[in-house]
Design a protein around this ligand. Structure first.
Ligand SMILES: [Zn+2]
Length: 457
């Protein structure tokens, strides 16, 4: 009898064909005229799950685009793992920049070009093909497994929290595995164990009912644009350190092992500068750019406006000025507490001659699984075996709402492991999937289950 790994070696072409079929469905979640395609992709995936031998496959309504669920629960006493992916994709414009039609996959230089090839249909396919190999080779899985594929990840997972809440029993699990991130480089796997959270708010400064004549009222009335600038200057010092009292109190300090791990990940300063046309980098002193991105909180002005912005000159003192500001948060900062701290501080430092209001627009919790958690250690052993190289333990500066939702609603530790390369052009023209990494990913996914099966249920 062939092992799952041997079977995967023999079924590369079939695996690629299965992925090709899936990629041809333009499941763009943000565009209403593709709503039927999104449903078609969901039905296609449910059928695929059935075909590989998963049970209870179902397209489940969410109030928006549906989710797809299936399971295999015949390993009594063994842990249960819930595998998450998303089958919706980003829009494709500008279409003229694509080398080939985005929903007609082609192979080019060892890459498969298509929208969704890496983000995230390719990673969903990696998992169903690893499951398929297990069931074909051994007739069973080494643990209990549930899969959930979301159809709204690219539109901020709008219904996912509600969906998980309504399906807590069905989704109940010991561990979550999410494959929607990338590796460090070809052959260099990564485990992402932390994500940043967010608070987003608007500051509005007002002084008069209407714009005033700067000749008559200049030197007489307060200027809201000037007052806003003064407030912003008090929020963060020129070196990049946030000045809001208590802002850093809950920040989990970086450990030695974390710093050692981050230093393994190459950071190409020259390339970053060239990509964005930057003349210099900037950020909190005492931390590397990677440490700042992954493990330190930020405060950034996202937009600032007010007063006269048309051509030529118009001599006014504006009635009001406003700014939108985001703070990226890290464990263990609480969004509500940080919002309160920022609000109080702005009210304290605002000039008394103007009225200031702070309106919260959105928030998200930071997320972390400790890097020495048994789930992370298990994945570390497995990936080291598959790739012949120790995975980097990294975090991400962004947020994945579904991860935070599953961690909170299902009260289960999450493992983020991706099998695609960072230069996959996700969300951009010519999205691609490196085929060597696809085949290695199938082996890695198949290998993972035995290590997790040995953990406590
Ligand atoms: Zn994705």
């Amino acid at each position: 009898m062939a092992t799952p790994a041997e079977l995967l070696e023999d079924t590369r072409e079939q695996g690629l064909k299965e992925l090709d079929d899936f990629l041809r469905i333009p499941s763009i979640s943000s565009q209403p005229d593709h709503a039927e395609d999104v449903r078609r992709a969901a039905a296609h995936l449910a059928e695929r799950y059935e075909r590989v031998g998963l049970e209870n496959a179902e397209v489940i309504e969410t109030g928006g685009h549906p989710a797809v669920y299936a399971d295999w629960l015949k390993a009594p006493g063994k842990p249960t793992v819930l595998v998450y992916g998303h089958y919706d994709v980003q829009p494709v414009d500008p279409l003229e920049l694509w080398k080939s039609p985005p929903f007609e996959p082609i192979q080019h230089d060892g890459q498969l070009l298509a929208r969704g090839s890496s983000d995230d249909k390719g990673q969903i396919a990696i998992h169903w093909q690893a499951i398929d190999a297990w069931l074909k080779a051994t007739g069973e899985l080494p643990l209990n497994l549930k899969v959930i594929a979301e159809g709204e990840e690219e539109i901020s997972s709008v219904h996912f929290d509600e969906f998980v809440k309504a399906n807590t029993e069905r989704l109940r699990t010991d561990y979550c595995v999410i494959s929607d991130t990338s590796m460090v480089a070809k052959g260099f796997p990564a485990i992402t164990y932390g994500l940043r959270g967010l608070i987003y708010f608007e500051v509005r400064v007002e002084a008069s009912r209407v714009d005033m004549h700067s000749g008559l009222m200049g030197g007489v009335a307060p200027n809201p644009a000037q007052a806003l600038a003064e407030i912003l200057m008090r929020l963060k010092d020129p070196a990049g350190h946030v000045l809001v009292p208590g802002f850093y109190d809950a920040v989990r300090p970086l450990g030695e092992e974390e710093r050692r791990q981050y230093a393994r990940v190459p950071f190409d300063e020259a390339a970053i500068k060239a990509t964005y046309g930057l003349s210099a980098l900037h950020g909190e002193p005492g931390f590397s750019p990677t440490e700042r991105e992954w493990a330190r909180p930020t405060l950034d002005v996202n937009g600032i406006w007010g007063g006269y912005q048309g051509p030529g000159s118009k001599t006014i003192i504006p009635a009001w000025a406003a700014a939108k500001i985001s703070c990226r948060l890290v464990p263990d900062q609480e969004p509500d507490e940080m919002m309160d701290a920022v609000k109080d501080y702005i009210e304290t430092v605002a000039p008394k001659t103007v009225r200031v209001s702070v309106t919260e627009l959105s928030q998200g919790e930071p997320w972390i699984t400790p890097m020495d958690h048994p789930l992370i250690r298990a994945a570390h052993r497995s990936l080291t075996r598959t790739y012949g190289k120790e995975p980097a333990l990294i975090r991400s500066g962004g947020s994945i709402p579904a991860v935070e939702v599953m961690g909170r609603r299902l009260n289960a530790p999450c493992l983020l492991v991706g099998f695609v390369l960072p230069d996959s052009f996700a969300h951009a023209p010519n999205e691609r999937l490196d085929l060597d990494s696809f085949y290695a990913g199938r082996r890695a996914a198949a290998d993972l289950w035995e290590e997790i099966a040995a953990l406590q249920a």
